[in-house]
Design a protein around this ligand. Sequence first.
Ligand code: BGP
Length: 467
Amino acid sequence: RVKALPKNFVWGGATAAYQVEGATKVDGKGKTMWDDYLKTQGRFSPDPASDFYHRYPEDVKLSHKYGLNAIRVSIAWTRIFPNGYGEPNQAGVKYYHDLFKTCIENGVTPYVSLHHFDSPKTLFDQGDWLNRKNIDYFVDYAEFCFKEFTEVKNWFTINELISLSLSQYIAGNFPPNHHFDVTSAIQAQHNELLAHARAVNLYKSLHLDGRIGLIHVLQPIYPITETPENKHAAALYDAFINRFLLDGTFLGKYSDETMSLINEILDKNDAKLEIQDGDRAILKQAATQNDYFGMNYYQSQFIQAYDGPSGNKFNGTGDKGSSSFSFHGVGQIVQKPGVPTTDWDWNIYPEGLYDILKRVSKEYPNSKTIYITENGLGYKDKFVSEDQVIDDEPRIDYIDQHVAALLKARSEGVNVQGYFVWSLQDQFSWANGYNKRYGLFYVDFDTQKRYIKKSAEWFKALADTMK
Ligand code: BGP
């Protein structure tokens, strides 16, 4: 494998508060939208997850030891404001100061998101992102963090707006588990974009010494064959999951072509989108003020035209081939022969990463600098013995191919400055639990002991090419 990373490349591991911290009931933390839901569901508990709340010094040291110069973490809103607003909880504030200090002291730069799927329960009960009052609370929380955590120089507002909206209101695998509630899905996207834009505009007005952006997961949509119907299906679904958000973020408006595709979907599904006076100005102001763009990429999808009823099956168990997705008036997701899939039916398609990087840099120059903020392989890693490195060769292959796609795009002028693997250590997966592992470091969830995987050693070898 002949590959070298450019000098000063950001080479990191990613985490999210609720997926790693555990300690959901300590030091005054408030409930998120997940706590009661997971309890009722009874499949798995978010405690202790990877016990990062107590063990972060060990994970940060491991990061440094294995060549990582950066880490993605998120702040749990409910550690700072247990109810989403009000008086800050000092124990939560202290925890994050300590965490950031440890990262910085170890030469592992923190990249910090304010919201990673973990809305406070109180605000979730009042409509989550569909309630515009919650946008105000988010901006207040953001302002508090910007002013308090001045040691953080790299901010992201919200992680994966589309995953939240799609999982909450279309696929139904995140609370409140609506299926094909198209009105809520598109409105949540718009409202989250507004929340992001307002936070960026505020951050810039504070003239702080740091950078800010947001994170979108992008999923290229390809027609399964090049018929006009299938191409149109791909354009429609692409508008719904990628283009609407990219336009809103980096053009500061939804282009006419994007809106005509979105309106076609809304009409066919008796849905509507409300854009209020003043929203456009907020988006427009933010569009040029993002300092960088965090792009998550896992997979691409293949689609065919479809006019039947909507319906889906979510594969949250790793039972290969058990998922399906058909969206009325948009399209039906199909398998492309020859494209390998994971046990959770995610296509392994590194070409998609190359294509989407080229597209974003060409069509959305306001994205400026791009970081791949998540990419990785969900895999049922097997622990063998205390003294044996865990062999996760398929993960190495996956990362290797995607880093190659990134470097190719970079060599053709796309301004990619970093790569964060999802994930740093094994952690809790929202709708899949604990058997879908992604980490460079294996976590025995019973003992919380960390073990090295082969991918960590591979990652380190690549990091060493930077010197
Ligand atoms: C992204 C999220 C992460 C993470 C990852 C893997 O969508 O930002 O939080 O979970 O995907 O997804 P999953 O855990 O569903 O396999």
